[in-house]
Design a binder for this molecule. Structure first.
Ligand SMILES: [Cu+2]
Length: 287
């Protein structure tokens, strides 16, 4: 009894220490897209069902161990011959129960989630192409002719522990991706070199960026804010240094930002247009 008390006390103390972990995000981040919410619901459903099964199975097991002990005076049953109906029932009912849980209780919502995840085209209002490179992300709005790169800006001395680490250590970039709130955005991913993976936990999306392939996913972000993620496919020595930062803003702010990006891209395009004929003239002379 005493050892049981000690065990109970140590469990309480261990759980008590969780209070000290308050800053440690243990659960899913707050979902901000339909996919993230669906994923969280799916996770919660599976968690509840498997916990009920866990306690049911272990409860029965411990009950059986305790009550059917020889030293508690329990007499073992003796039986032989063909399996009777009751035995068949004991064999088949857990099988039927697990089959039902897997294919109906989990299967239907999981099917719904997967179909929803793959539906990138219905009502998509914006297309963003995401290209992974060793070791940065490139974002492109093909319809607008806007593209830019997004690189880590955490100073090297923070990484080498020469300076105190900032609030968004390794999760900060020079040019974050900007998206409008409440719009369905279709993402197309690919890569310039090796396989990368674009991942923002709060969006509930993670998709590999594979060289030579275009892969898709979508997100409708319902809340403005800054969301951070990382490359989640080991892609070389600076895999840990290519974060994803997405600023989700109102429609007006987004239009303004996009216009600014377009304006910044225009002079560059104009100057190449001027240089090209000049270069042609030089080439003509050389011939
Ligand atoms: Cu990568």
């Amino acid at each position: 009894m005493r050892s049981l008390y000690k065990l109970g006390l140590s469990v309480v103390l261990a759980l008590g220490s969780f209070a000290a972990w308050a800053g440690y995000a243990f659960n899913f981040p707050e979902p901000v897209t339909p996919i993230a919410r669906e994923t969280l619901h799916m996770h919660n459903l599976v968690m509840v069902v498997i916990l009920v099964l866990f306690f049911l199975v272990f409860g029965l097991l411990i009950y059986s161990f305790r009550t059917h002990r020889k030293d508690a005076g329990y007499k073992a049953a003796t039986f032989s011959g063909p399996v009777n109906r009751k035995q068949w029932l004991w064999v088949l009912s857990p099988f039927a129960l697990l089959f039902f849980i897997d294919y109906v209780v989990f299967g239907i919502p999981a099917y719904h989630a997967v179909v929803m995840y793959e539906d990138t085209k219905t009502d998509a209002e914006l297309v963003v192409k995401v290209t992974g490179s060793q070791w940065l992300w490139e974002y492109e709005f093909p319809a607008e002719g806007v593209s830019f790169t997004s690189r880590l800006i955490t100073p090297r001395d923070q990484i080498d522990s020469g300076a105190a680490k900032g609030a968004h250590y390794l999760l900060e970039v020079d040019n974050p991706l900007v998206l409008p709130v409440g719009k369905k955005v279709r993402f197309i991913t690919t890569s310039n070199d090796v396989i990368h993976s674009w991942w923002v936990p709060a969006f509930g999306v993670k998709r590999d960026a594979v060289p030579g392939f275009l892969r898709e996913f979508w997100a409708t972000v319902e809340k403005t804010g800054t969301y951070r993620g990382q490359c989640s496919e080991l892609c070389g020595k600076e895999h840990g240094f290519m974060p994803v930062v997405v600023n989700v803003v109102t429609e007006e702010e987004f239009t303004k930002w996009l216009a600014g990006k377009k304006a910044a891209a225009a002079p560059a395009a104009a100057s190449t247009a001027v240089i090209a004929p000049a270069a042609k003239a030089v080439l003509a002379k050389a011939q």
